[in-house]
Design a protein around this ligand. Sequence first.
Ligand code: SAM
Length: 232
Amino acid sequence: MDAEPGPRHTDGAYDPDAVAKAHAIYTPFMLSFYDRIVHGLSNRFAWRCPTERLTQLYAANLSANHLEAGVGTGLFIERAGRAAFDRLVLLDVNENCLAVAGKRLARFSPRSWRANLLAPLERPNGLGASPFDSVGLTYVLHCLPGTMAEKLGVIDRLQPLMRPRGPLFGATILGRDIGPNGTARALLALYNGKGVFNNRRDDLDGLTRGLEQRFATVEIQTHGLVALFRAA
Ligand SMILES: C[S@@+](CC[C@H](N)C(=O)[O-])C[C@H]1O[C@@H](n2cnc3c(N)ncnc32)[C@H](O)[C@@H]1O
């Protein structure tokens, strides 16, 4: 596992600037074209992972009692084709994402939970105390500051909210040992330079080991630079 320290203060808390840089980009204006840039163009030409694969991951694993962590615009929940939810909770540190996804998915009456995944999670009243049957975590890990070991602390905070058999699934863009094309190299440099991505040290081994330490069943597939995972 990567031994380099992440951006923590001596008290163990994350540098708030690094946390903010990873999500401050998601303004209402940016979110108005996010789907087209990320899932329309970048997935195809830079990350080389068909967006359809991500949609399939959601269609196969999204339950009627779902927690989506790092919701963005809510695209995959909409595209997964589920007709109804018993409970849908959208978690994000960025209120613009919660507003955009909440509006898009309004027909499912989602509940919003504003929280930082890098800090202890305290479930607000009104979200229900019972565990979730599935948890989604897509394109979040590569944004988070820290080493892969530190990022996977997010899963230690999400796991107690899940039923033991319920899958945690999602995807992340790897930054090491990945053979990026020119477009991917340019975007990785740009996004890591701005602190929107923090994935220079993220590799498949670290992700696999970290998930296997936490779950009995781990499935990981790579498409281009993207690792799609399902763990239960
Ligand atoms: C690259 S977007 C991915 C959005 C969506 N899952 C998708 O695949 O399109 C990353 C998301 O994670 C959220 N995020 C970033 N850092 C976070 C943190 N520390 N805690 C909670 N959410 C965070 C961002 O606000 C954003 O919604």
